[in-house]
Write a protein that binds this ligand. Structure first.
Ligand code: GRF
Length: 202
């Protein structure tokens, strides 16, 4: 299976998926890493691993529709079975989301449905929750609302700051995302009545 990973910045989740795919011998290859920002730090890691990279600079497009169309064209050059959003900081148009329906995943740093959107660690601290975490889900048109594949939980501790909490969640993200992507490439995910069923390994 061909995987295309989209990033906007640091790319540490992309790195975790690439490392797992390459070291665990998945029935999949990372076909490309694509960024909407030319300065995304993660591009260097992908290049060093010999993975094709591309930049579709969102700043240079007049509208979301035009950007998404150009991005889709670039992604489809790599004939992806799966598109993995890894810190890809763009709101996507519905035609784009529809085009990849059932084959596009995102990781969000909260226990969805709690705290969609930005600044999730601040939202969690302000809400005073005892537990926080991360969610991998299928991407649907409504932001951060698609069927949930897997979640990882961490405690919120006394004295936590946004940075401390973000770091604790990120450690879990780096295990959670490879796990969820692997379920997809092993064809073990089914969406039934808007919910994900995980099939046992055979
Ligand atoms: C992660 O916390 C991810 O959950 C969120 O943005 C951050 C991206 O970090 N969507 P990185 O670029 O993967 O290091």
């Amino acid at each position: 299976k061909n995987i295309v990973i989209l990033i906007s910045g640091r790319g540490s989740n992309m790195e975790a998926v690439v490392r797992a795919a390459q070291s665990e011998g998945w029935p999949a290859r990372i076909a490309a890493v694509i960024s909407n920002r030319p300065d995304a730090a993660g591009l260097g890691f992908a290049q060093a691993r010999g993975i094709p990279t591309a930049v579709v600079p969102s700043k240079e497009f007049a509208s979301r529709a035009e950007f998404d169309a150009a991005l889709q064209q670039e992604i489809d050059r790599f004939a992806p079975d799966l598109v993995v959003l890894a810190g890809f900081m763009r709101i996507l148009t519905s035609p784009f989301v529809e085009h990849y329906a059932g084959r596009m995943l995102n990781i969000h740093p909260s226990l969805l449905p709690a705290f969609p959107g930005l600044a999730t660690h601040r939202q969690a601290l302000e809400a005073g929750v005892a537990e926080h975490g991360a969610t991998v889900h299928f991407v649907t048109a409504e932001l951060d609302h698609g069927p949930v594949i897997a979640q990882a939980r961490v405690p919120v501790l006394p004295g936590d700051t946004e940075d401390l909490l973000a770091a604790r969640v990120l450690v879990e993200e780096h295990k959670l995302y490879p796990y969820a992507v692997r379920l997809f490439v092993e064809d073990r995910l089914r969406i039934e009545h808007g919910e994900v069923r995980v099939l046992d390994a055979c």
